[in-house]
Design a protein around this ligand. Structure first.
Ligand code: NCD
Length: 308
């Protein structure tokens, strides 16, 4: 039962519970009109302590498309955090006003802490370089819809694997399905954190290799998940400038890929996918953004308990 639950880490829900969310999202995609009023009278609070465009707007669009409404802030300077209020007090107060809340925070673990004080369902919309579970739901729904399976896949993850929270969450989630294999493509300075390598991949005997060039992976992968270098997490600008254009996916590289391979990207894109790829039928990142809105509609309907 998902009613009243929080979503803080990608593994908070079982695979069966995830399927429930994806099945409902599929229904919503087919018949959006049927769901246009299921959240009438419900209020979503968006608590964004770190900037975001698409995640915040996709949550807002999602609740509005279900008939609900939104309150919130999009930067901490316009909230009482600027006056020194604790996260525990913020969420307890918001719980007096809204029915469900979504929080993005630069500090890892902040939404988890907040959830322990929250009497309304709380969704983590990204905590530092740690997790981004609703992006993972988006990614899984995209893969399930286009590849028709979540197992037996070779997944290439490319770019900033050190700071990219979407990558950390996706590896964790895809490791729970059978026979998936990862090819991790990054400069050594941006390779996956030790805890993912040891605690997720090695501990569960998941097959993975680490390479530095897209060319070394592109022929084999079923999914190529591109990410931007996470500028805001770097300690100095020089390192960012040196690493920012490590990978640029272009038509020449795509030429070597399988005809049914899909390219995904959580967006925003900076330079890592050249615009010429957008018209390639294998480019799925804008479809992915659309799946993101529907999966958030489904998730909120379930957590609010308007659909059991
Ligand atoms: C991602 C994020 O915020 O981690 N974006 C998003 O949610 N769509 C990826 C990124 O910012 O690079």
């Amino acid at each position: 039962m998902l009613t009243g639950r929080h979503l803080i880490e990608p593994m908070d829900f079982t695979n069966d519970e995830l399927n429930e969310i994806f099945d409902l999202a599929d229904e919503m995609i087919k018949n959006p009109q049927e769901y246009a009023h299921i959240c009438d009278g419900k209020l979503l609070a968006t608590l964004f302590f770190e900037p975001s465009t698409r995640t915040r707007l996709s949550f807002e669009a999602a609740i509005l498309r279900l008939g609900g409404r939104v309150i919130g802030f999009s930067e901490p300077s316009s909230s009482s955090a600027a006056k020194g209020e604790s996260i525990a007090d913020t969420i307890r107060t918001i719980g007096c006003y809204a029915d469900i809340a979504v929080m993005r925070h630069p500090k890892e673990g902040a939404p988890k802490l907040a959830s322990t004080y929250s009497n309304i369902p709380l969704i983590n919309a990204g905590d530092g370089g740690h997790h981004h579970p609703t992006q993972t739901l988006t990614d899984l729904l995209t893969i399930r819809s286009i590849k028709k399976r979540l197992s037996n896949l070779t997944i290439g993850l490319c770019g900033d694997l050190k700071f990219g929270r979407t990558v950390h969450s996706l590896i964790k989630a895809m490791s729970r399905y059978e026979n998936n294999r990862f090819i991790l493509i990054s400069p050594s300075e941006l390779s996956i954190p030790e805890y993912i390598r040891k605690e997720v991949l090695e501990k569960n005997n998941i097959s993975f290799i680490e390479v530095e060039k897209i060319e070394d992976a592109v022929k084999e992968v079923d999914i190529l998940y591109m990410t931007r270098v996470q500028r805001e997490r770097f300690f100095n600008e020089e390192d960012y400038v040196r690493l920012k254009d490590s990978y640029i996916l272009n038509a020449e590289k795509m030429f070597r890929a399988k005809s049914d391979m899909i390219v995904m990207h959580p967006l925003p894109r900076v330079n890592e996918i050249s615009y010429e790829i957008d018209k390639d039928p294998r480019a799925c990142y804008f479809k992915q953004a659309k799946f993101g809105m529907f999966v958030r509609m489904s998730l909120m309907a379930k957590l609010l308990g308007v659909i059991k």
